[in-house]
Ligand binder design. Structure first.
Ligand SMILES: NC(=O)c1ccc[n+]([C@@H]2O[C@H](COP(=O)([O-])OP(=O)(O)OC[C@H]3O[C@@H](n4cnc5c(N)ncnc54)[C@H](OP(=O)(O)O)[C@@H]3O)[C@@H](O)[C@H]2O)c1
Length: 285
């Protein structure tokens, strides 16, 4: 199986580089080789390689910055994936794409299922939803995995920010009224090959799937667990979202129901606590 992986230096892309090779020959590209904001570079890369599977781990992910750069975020998160989808359809390839819990507004009281109404609260969520819709409209074979609160031992993420601030002796005031499932890059990368193999071989259906760690917590609960797991001391306290203003609004509940993934593809990600232990065990800086 020839696989084209975009966003090779990102949290998810870098972890996928290690696991996708179990399925075949992986060509992993960064934005200098395939720029999602440049349709010509996307077409050239896909036509040059003729992949059977395209895994798009590239994205514009700066949630607050997207409020000021929605046009650029739309190019990267919607227009680029639309061209990838067009090329996948043309070549008969399977397109695997990631989306986000931030397509929802958080007003639901229970975990979100795939068919729940979307209503993004911020620019990033709007661009990711538009990307999903463009892929679905293209008619290409696709798998779209909505995931949440992604972190890893490298890159830019909440977990590493908490550790840096704690080590600098800064007090940590963390919101305790947004609920979600912290999902490690390692658990996504471990689950992907099994999902891709089934769908690429026609044994499983395509479509949109929720794929996050089992269980849920708040950002405050996650921060506390990070400090405990790493043995780092900090002055940590819980605050409400109204006490922590950010450019982008975030949903108060973005817990995803992963039942469809279990029923249709037989996959269940570990708990968010197990995910954290695995990332810490593998070594955080
Ligand atoms: N992070 C989260 O909390 C979260 C939550 C839910 C869903 N997701 C989704 O999960 C997927 C993976 O996210 P992640 O956390 O791995 O993101 P990430 O660490 O920010 O990585 C994104 C990658 O995309 C690349 N990229 C940005 N602009 C590009 C462009 N114009 N052309 C090509 N590549 C470009 C980046 O390249 P550079 O390294 O050169 O910047 C980076 O390697 C994304 O679809 C994201 O929307 C993430």
């Amino acid at each position: 199986m020839r696989i084209l992986l975009t966003g090779r230096n990102g949290q998810v892309g870098s972890a996928l580089l290690a696991t996708l090779s179990a399925l075949g020959e992986v060509t992993a590209v960064d934005r200098t080789q395939l720029d999602l904001a440049d349709p010509d570079s996307i077409r050239a890369a896909v036509r040059g390689m003729q992949p059977q599977v395209i895994v798009n781990a590239g994205a514009y992910t700066a949630v607050d910055q997207a409020e000021r750069e929605e046009a650029l975020a739309m190019q990267v998160n919607c227009d680029g994936p639309a061209v990838l989808a067009e090329e996948a359809e043309r070549a008969g390839a399977l397109l695997v794409h990631f989306s986000t819990d931030y397509v929802f507004d958080g007003e639901k009281r229970t975990p979100y299922v795939e068919t729940d109404a979307t209503n993004p609260l911020n620019a990033y969520g709007r661009t990711k939803l538009a990307g999903e819709q463009a892929i679905q409209a293209s008619g290409c074979r696709h798998l779209i995995f909505r995931t949440s609160w992604v972190y890893s031992a490298r890159g830019k993420n909440f977990a590493l920010t908490m550790l840096r601030l704690a080590r600098e002796g800064k007090p940590l005031r963390v919101v305790d009224d947004q609920h979600g499932a912290p999902t490690s890059n390692l658990m996504l990368a471990a689950a992907l090959p099994g999902a891709i193999e089934q769908v690429a071989n026609g044994a499983g259906p395509g479509g949109v799937f929720h794929m996050s760690a089992s269980g849920h917590t708040t950002w405050y609960g996650f921060a506390r667990a990070i400090l405990e797991a790493t043995g780092v001391d900090a002055d940590l306290s819980a605050i409400s979202s109204s006490e922590y203003r950010t450019a982008a609004r975030r949903p108060r509940n973005s817990v995803l129901d992963n039942g469809k993934l279990a029923r249709q593809l037989g996959l269940r990600l570990p708990s968010w606590q197990q995910g954290l232990d695995a990332v810490v065990g593998a070594g955080v800086p």
